[in-house]
Ligand binder design. Structure first.
Ligand code: SAM
Length: 211
């Protein structure tokens, strides 16, 4: 497991535990989001378009998306997660390229010492954080990327269990535009994307470029 160079490990773990239930979900094996495969829309993207250079995957879980991107040998991919057990699980997979996994809180600047990045891939991290922290997400995404860097995102728009008090938290296109367009321009937007069974029509793929 890699630990961010700028962190005190013990306080980091304490903060992670205080901030989320994610670690206990992993410890209890209660991870229904983990399909054992990278997101199908990412797989399709990689089959026809490029992702190159330094790549960050915040909220990487056990790292399926990280490894899919790392198979492109032109990338160096960092998966970050706030849950130590997710990072441990990701680290058990054999390396496929230049990938690494870092314990850290994306919302509080832990990606900064690791970048700047050319690309950021978002998949079920944004919907996992409380809506009142979304401005923190957009700020950190913009800070982590180089000028002109790309944010490729699969946004979970309308989770069936949109309990206002627990993730996954839904989004609307207008809310995403309001949050991201001050720092990014929208390059691509797709609604009919391949996905896992059960998530059909619930996600949008968006490519943003940092201004
Ligand atoms: C719904 S899971 C998705 C995991 C992975 N993207 C996948 O699809 O398998 C959300 C993940 O985001 C992580 N997470 C939540 N808040 C985070 C934060 N502030 N910084 C980094 N990771 C975070 C959780 O620990 C969890 O692994």
């Amino acid at each position: 497991m890699n630990i961010p160079a700028n962190s005190n490990t013990a306080s980091h773990l304490a903060h992670a535990g205080a901030d989320s239930e994610w670690e206990s979900r992993y410890q209890n094996g209660d991870t229904p989001w983990d399909k054992g495969l990278p997101h199908p829309a990412l797989v399709r993207w990689l089959s026809h378009s490029d992702i190159t250079g330094r790549v960050l995957v915040p909220g990487c879980g056990s790292g399926h998306d990280v490894r899919a991107i790392a198979q492109k040998k032109t990338t160096k991919v960092v998966g970050m997660d706030i849950a130590p057990s997710a990072i441990r699980a990701a680290s058990t997979f054999p390396a496929v390229g230049h990938e690494s996994y870092i314990l850290g809180d994306f919302l509080t600047g832990d990606a900064l010492g690791l970048g700047p990045f050319d690309w950021l891939f978002e998949h079920t991290c944004f919907c996992a954080i409380r809506p009142d922290r979304r401005a923190d997400y957009t700020r950190e995404a913009a800070k982590a990327l180089k000028p002109g860097g790309f944010l490729l995102a699969v946004f979970f728009m309308n989770p069936e269990n949109s309990d206002p008090n627990s993730p996954p938290f839904g989004s609307s296109s207008s809310e995403l535009d309001e949050l991201f367009l001050p720092s990014f321009q929208k390059i691509d937007f797709q609604t009919a994307i391949p996905t896992y069974a059960g998530r059909e029509q619930l996600e949008h793929l968006v490519l943003f470029q940092k201004r």
